[in-house]
Structures are given as C-alpha cells and as structure tokens.
Design a protein around this ligand. Structure first.
Ligand code: F6P
Length: 401
C-alpha cells in the first residue's frame, strides 16, 4: 500500500468541503467491488463513486468483477466516465457480484479432489499492491462487510457501503434498493386486488426481507393489504381466518394478505427453503405463503368456499428500473464514500443518521448478522408498537394477533 504522509495536493484541497481534514495518505488510485446479493441502486452508487472520484478528485478507478472473486483472480476493468454512462437507472450491478467468495475461508479442492477451505486473502492484498490501489471501496451486506473489516485489519484502506433491500441495517436509517422493492410490492398488490375481486379469492403475496418485516409492512400498507404478517409479530391462523370471515360477512368477498418470508406462527418457526453452506447467510427462507395457504384452506374453504392463491414475488423485488428515491440515495452513498477518502475515514462504513450522511467503524456493525444480512442478531427490525404498525391497525389492517 503506498501510504506516505504529507499535507495533500493543493488542487485536491481546493475541492474539499468546509471543515474537512487535510488528506494525509496521497490517494491516486482506488478500486471498488460489489458483493453479496444484488439490489436496485447499486449502479447508482457505482456511477457516483466513479464520477466523483474522477471529476472531483482526479483519481483513477478500477472495478473488480464478481465481488471478492475478481479481487482474488485479478479480474478487473478500468473504470472511466464512459463505463458508467447510461447505467444510472438500471438494476443489478455492472461489476457483477457473488455471495460465496469469502477469501478468508475460501472453498477449494486439494489434489485428492477433497473440498478444503483456505485463507487466500494475501493473494487479494498482492493484487491491490500490484495495481497500486490506495483505497478499496466495498459495497455489500454483512458477509461482504465482514471481509471488509478483515481486510482493514490487514492494513488495507477500506471504505464500506451497506446494501440490502431488507432495510434492516442497524446503524443506518435507510438502504438503497428498499424503496424500489416497495414499489414492486405495491404494484403487485394492486394487480392482485383486481383478480382477487373478480374471483372472490383470498390472495397471499409473499415478499422478502429475511427476519425483518419492513418490506411486508410498508409494501402491504401502500398496497392496501387487509392482513400483514411479519416476523416481529407471530400470528395465530384463526385470527387471520377471522379477518377473512369478517370481510366476507361485510360483503368483501376477497382478502389480500401480504406476508414476509420470515413470518411465523405463534407456536411454530420460520419456513426454510434451503440451506446453502457456502453462503455467509446459510439459511434461505421461502415458502411461507404456501404454508399459510394450506393452514387457511382447511379453515376458510369449508365455510365461505373461497379459494386461496399464492404469489411469491421473489427476485423481482431486487431488479427492474431503479426508482427516483434509490437513484438519489445511491448517489449520496457513493459520493460520500469518495469524500471519506479525503477525510481519511478508513475502516468505516457510510451511514445515514438523522437524515445526514455519516460513517461508523465497520468493526462496530459487522459480524453475527449485525449489518442485517445474516440473522436477527442486532438487525434493525420492526417495532410491533411503532407508528406505522399502529396506523395500520387504526385503519383495520390486521397482523394475525
Ligand atoms: O437480503 C436480501 C435478500 O433478498 C433477502 O430478502 C432474501 O431472503 C435473500 O436476500 C435471498 O438471498 P439469495 O440471493 O441468496 O437467494
């Protein structure tokens, strides 16, 4: 790492924001990578980093492809203004990503063909040295940022940017990708309303969010769901059935139910789709909508004759055209990360606190699912007595309590 101390170049200092410290590490080249699962707004972040680094700070930028895998195999592209032209609105990431390549515990095979795990992080550090990279910006969730912390411990100048559609990162108020996912949920619920009405059906929409209910809660309220089931409020199936019957008796012969993939009955547990040992988030949730439908069919069909149908919105929530909010939010996250280089805020992650950009030490938020990607441990979850839940209750939305 080329780190030497001087008071910074005048040309650079002139562009700094008022109150910023002078740059001690002379930074000429930076690299970035995207890791974990994708979400809308990643390209907006990439664009903001590249534009700000080049236009404001005169830096050179390279992007490693496929997350840490590219850092390990030295698969990279040089990034200039043309690389990020036309990508602002696009979902996904032009750099591609992976949620499997933990370079500190890297899956490989030995001569006998047996799977062995090795620490190959030194190879990554050598690649950074080879390209004379002064700062590495890492955009990702808990697993990705845990490795970012470990690279910081190895002396790499790292800056983290959290990403998730689940909006459950504890240190920050909102993450990009969340609002675009909400749009998908709202529009899907709008569409389900007309078909539910036409057939007098009960419609269940299952949405993502892991162990946090934000997507189902905000999406469900925006999409006018009648019942919302979230992990933070375990439900009683008889209470859900009662809502369906009450509506039916009032003349509303359809019911719309929006559920989190992580919702669970009072006397049961989450519905696990699969276990992926190679992922930092090994427990994959999914299928709760079908589980609920089976439970409800037994109670509802004999009484009202209503059919129950399930839609799992799945990965649509992570893609498509990035909405206005996430384009702006991604721009703020990306540009602020580049400003952090200027203030020497290494080993830190960009956050939003009290609606202002800020940063915290990555050490403080990652590991044990604290960023919110891997488990409930420390994640920002829904308060069952919070304002939005209460407003929803006030207008007759039920949570299956
Ligand atoms: O954390 C984002 C998220 O989309 C969750 O809402 C979902 O449970 C999970 O990722 C799916 O992960 P994968 O891409 O590994 O299937």
């Amino acid at each position: 790492m080329t780190t030497f101390y001087k008071s910074g170049k005048m040309s650079m200092l002139n562009f700094g924001r008022i109150g910023e410290k002078f740059m001690k590490t002379e930074v000429k080249r930076i690299a970035l990578l995207t890791g974990g699962g994708d979400c809308s707004g990643l390209n907006a972040v990439i664009r903001a980093i590249v534009k700000s680094a080049i236009l404001k700070h005169g830096l050179e930028v390279i992007g490693f492809k496929g997350g840490y895998h590219g850092l390990y195999t030295d698969d990279y592209i040089k990034m200039d203004l043309s690389t990020v032209s036309g990508i602002f609105h696009q979902g996904g990431t032009i750099l591609k990503m992976s949620n499997k390549d933990n370079l500190f515990h890297y899956k490989t095979t030995n001569e006998d063909g047996k799977v062995v795990y090795k620490d190959v992080s030194d190879v990554a550090v050598e690649n950074l040295k080879k390209h004379k990279i002064d700062v590495l910006i890492i955009i990702g969730g808990d697993g990705t940022l845990t490795s970012a912390r470990d690279f910081a411990r190895k002396g790499v100048n790292v800056i983290g940017i959290p990403k998730t559609i689940d909006n459950d990162v504890p240190a920050t108020e909102i993450t990009f990708g969340y609002r675009t996912a909400l749009d998908h949920i709202m529009l899907s619920l709008d569409a389900l309303h007309t078909t539910a009405f036409s057939h007098d059906r009960v419609m269940i929409l299952e949405v993502m969010g892991r162990n946090a209910g934000w997507l189902a809660l905000e999406g469900g309220v925006a999409g006018s769901a009648d019942v919302i089931l979230i992990p933070e409020i375990p439900y009683d199936v008889n209470s859900v059935a009662k809502t369906i019957f009450d509506r039916y008796n009032r003349g509303s012969r359809f019911t719309i139910i929006c559920v989190s993939e992580g919702a669970k009955p009072v006397d049961g547990s989450v519905t696990v789709k699969s276990i992926d040992k190679d992922s930092p988030d090994s427990v994959k949730l999914g299928g709760f909508g079908n589980f609920l439908a089976k439970q409800l069919e037994k109670i509802v069909k004999p009484v009202t004759g209503q059919e129950i149908r399930v839609t799992n919105l799945g990965y649509i929530q992570r893609g498509g055209v990035t909405n206005q909010y996430d384009r702006v939010l991604g721009t703020k996250y990306g540009a602020y990360a580049v400003d952090m280089i200027w203030r020497q805020e290494f080993g830190r992650m960009v956050i939003i606190r009290n609606d202002r950009m800020d940063s915290v030490r990555i050490e403080e938020v990652v590991g044990s699912g604290k960023v919110g990607q891997t488990s409930t441990g420390g994640a920002r979850i829904v308060n069952p007595h919070g304002d939005l839940v209460n407003s929803a209750r006030d207008i007759g939305i039920t949570f299956g309590e």
